[in-house]
Design a protein around this ligand. Sequence first.
Ligand code: NAD
Ligand code: DAU
Length: 340
Amino acid sequence: MRLLVTGGAGFIGSNFILYMMQQHPDYKITNMDALTYAGNLENLESVEKEANYTFIQTDIADKQAVDQIFQQGIDVVVNFAAESHVDRSILEPEVFVNTNVLGTQVLLDASKKYGVTKFVQVSTDEVYGSLGETGLFSESTPLAPNSPYSASKAGGDLLVRAYHETFGLPVNITRCSNNYGPYQFPEKLIPLMISRVLNDEPLPVYGDGMNIRDWLYVEDHCSAIDLVIHQGRVGDVYNIGGNNERTNIHIVKTILEELGKPETLIQFVEDRPGHDRRYGIDPTKIMKELGWKPKHNFESGIKETITWYLSNEEWWTRIQSGEYREYLTKQYGSRLGKEQ
Ligand code: NAD
Ligand code: DAU
């Protein structure tokens, strides 16, 4: 199989490439990534010299460059490439529309033109909006995105659906809950808090800290996508999640406890505008129809993740320079009342 992975230098994409190279050593994998601030080829150093792995630096919205890659022969596309951080989408929505909507459309056009056998759109539970205290997101929950990020992902999803309905493109859409694990960029809750705890910096908890996310270890997301590629019913959506709902404050306190640091580091700061209160995935469909089961539970997964960040301090300290520091100041400067 000739597999095109877009956004393969990011958090989930790089974990996915490492996973697929182990599971399917006979596949030829092309990683197409624009290398934005979130793309990091260091994640893939262990496979970069493998004969069946190729990296091409390309923006998914660049029609000509994308066409050239498809000309070389692609069977399956897995589209991870995206602007992925909600807070950045509040500061700068435009780039989210360019990549997550227009970029997806460029990939769909090329997939149609060259007749790929499967297009998998890696989407998110955030397209469903926010839950109240009860209930879970199922595949038939109406889309109700609340942030520019989730709205742009929903736009991408709708185009994927339309290319299936109108042109018969063989597609699947996956909608996963919050991932955590190795190589996650330290702007996201878990790696942000781990890195700040290790530097004894204040921990900015939005609002009352009682917002709930449903956490899944990244390798379990990768195994689900692998199943969807091979067994997903064409045209279908699959929700992915491991029933691990936790409040944000619980996550932060768990990290503090694991690292033996005091809760006085916690600072409740001004809430994220439009902050979704609760996410929770009903994974029954993928479990029953495709036989997927997560391998990691949250308690062991978070410990493994903290250990990874402790052992790979160089990886995240290198990131914490330049553009990333400017972003931290924009995002947290006034909330925490000082420069970060
Ligand atoms: P990430 O921000 O870590 O990585 C995104 C990657 O896409 C980076 O390597 C970046 O360079 C690349 N990219 C961005 N714009 C591009 C463009 N125009 N052309 C080509 N490459 C581009 O994101 P992530 O957390 O790994 O998320 C990957 C995908 O999974 C996204 O589509 C996201 O919406 C989805 N998702 C993420 C989570 C999560 O918890 N992180 C959960 C569910 C779904
Ligand atoms: O649900 C899937 C989504 O999960 C993905 O589609 C997104 O790409 C991914 O970024 C993630 O979105 P969230 O907004 O849920 O993740 P984030 O890590 O930004 O925040 C998790 C929760 O923690 C959220 O309720 C906001 C809160 N938070 C976050 C940051 C960065 C804080 O309290 N303080 C912070 O500094």
